[in-house]
Design a protein around this ligand. Structure first.
Ligand code: GN1
Ligand code: MG
Length: 376
């Protein structure tokens, strides 16, 4: 690896010149190098290192937003800016590690648009880690952290947020998109995935429960995170406690059930969602219980009885939703999620189908757990 100015060359790899972005974001210090972080299924993420005046290490995350997914990236950044300053104002001295701090340019905007794409930069939170597969203790803490995040935004004016991806957790609309993908069969893959299509479409009716409750006003619209994967909570490496909820791209008006359900889908699976060996996919009731306990401890007071009653169904619906989204992308020829191999989206689909199938078997136990904790 050799270094010249802001350019770093990694043998056999395309090398990136970040000098214009570094200047535009007003990042000072001597550039040391960068690495690409292979996190998330959507954006491209790099960690950049600098030495400051006192030879201290300064690290930043530079991200190129996926503008196929986020058609209006300025609105994404406007949402994030409002949300982070709302949360930051409540934190005081804790703020540097508890909320993301985005860099702004000389024009005062938190992004740079150039011929290479739409970029943003924020201070890297060090001494922190994320988990893709989680222990019961960590998952309970994550539940508390996501409930707290909703609490910090409870008084945020929901009408000022842009809906950056319309119908994001509208599961019936995800089903509609699956039907369309089957009909068009753009990648010629529909015949090989008939069992998967059947599994998902057999459950189309139940997929509408959250949207019906929202549309009829039985449950409230709130400011929600909408991407509560377990690896979107940062844990402190010293104390092992959660410090910060990250990945705010999809903070939008939504239902508390989207956050609850997606977190269970992501964290109560003993295997990661990329796991191909389905014998490792196990819906773990203890993990379910512990997340529920943590989430109710921080969010329970605000939630309505109806929201809490729908917890088990929300977990299943969000899992079905991801089944539909991964399969739709597989049928469309992998245009949305990043894939490492042609079968990647199919592997994810099967993984989530297995999880949804197991959840179905445990609905009564899930309801009993929720009932128990809702009275605490
Ligand atoms: C995407 O990129 P990442 O991992 O934060 C997706 C989520 C999915 C998730 C599944 C904007 O999130 O909705 O649940 O992949 N984000 C978007 O792994 O579509
Ligand atoms: Mg995300």
């Amino acid at each position: 690896m050799s270094l010249s100015g802001n350019q770093i060359e990694i043998q056999g790899e395309h090398c990136m010149d970040f000098s214009e972005l570094i200047r535009a974001f007003g990042i000072s210090g001597t550039f040391q190098g960068y690495e690409e972080l292979f996190v998330g299924n959507i954006n491209q993420t790099y960690k950049l290192q600098f030495l400051g005046e006192q030879d201290e290490l300064k690290e930043y995350i530079l991200q190129r937003l996926n503008t196929y997914v986020f058609k209006n990236p300025r609105e994404v950044m406007e949402n994030i800016r409002q949300v982070t300053s709302h949360i930051g104002a409540q934190l005081g001295d804790d703020a540097p590690r508890r909320v993301l701090h985005f860099r702004t340019t000389a024009d005062g905007v938190p992004y740079v648009e150039n011929e290479t794409g739409f970029w943003r930069a924020y201070r890297y939170i060090d001494r922190a880690k994320t988990y893709d597969i989680v222990s019961a203790d960590h998952f309970e803490q994550a539940g508390y952290a996501y409930g707290q995040f909703q609490g910090e935004l409870a008084d945020f004016p929901v009408e000022t947020l842009h809906e950056t991806i319309p119908h994001f957790h509208d599961t019936p609309d995800r089903m509609r998109q699956l039907h369309e993908a089957i009909r068009e069969d753009r990648a010629g893959r529909a015949t090989e995935v008939q069992p998967e299509i059947r599994f998902i479409l057999d459950r189309e009716q139940q997929a509408g429960v959250i949207m019906e409750a929202l549309n009829s006003g039985r449950i409230p619209l709130r400011v929600t995170h909408n991407d509560t994967k377990i690896n979107n909570v940062l844990f402190d490496t010293d104390t092992d406690a959660p410090i910060c909820v990250i990945d705010l791209d999809t903070v939008m008006p939504g239902s508390a059930l989207f956050d609850y359900g997606d977190a269970i889908r992501s964290g109560a699976n003993t295997a990661g969602e990329d796991e191909e060996d389905l014998s490792l996919v196990h819906f773990d009731l203890e993990l379910f219980e512990r997340f529920t306990a943590g989430f109710l401890r921080s969010a329970g007071e605000r939630l309505t009885d109806e929201e809490i009653r729908l917890f088990p169904q929300a977990a299943q619906i969000l899992t079905l939703e991801l089944c539909a989204r991964f399969l739709t992308d597989y049928l469309n020829g992998d245009v949305y999620f990043k894939v490492k191999k042609p079968s990647h989206n199919l592997i994810r689909t099967r993984n989530q189908i297995e999880l949804a199938r197991q959840m179905e078997e445990h609905m009564h136990e899930m309801a009993a757990i929720v009932e128990e904790y809702s009275h605490r």
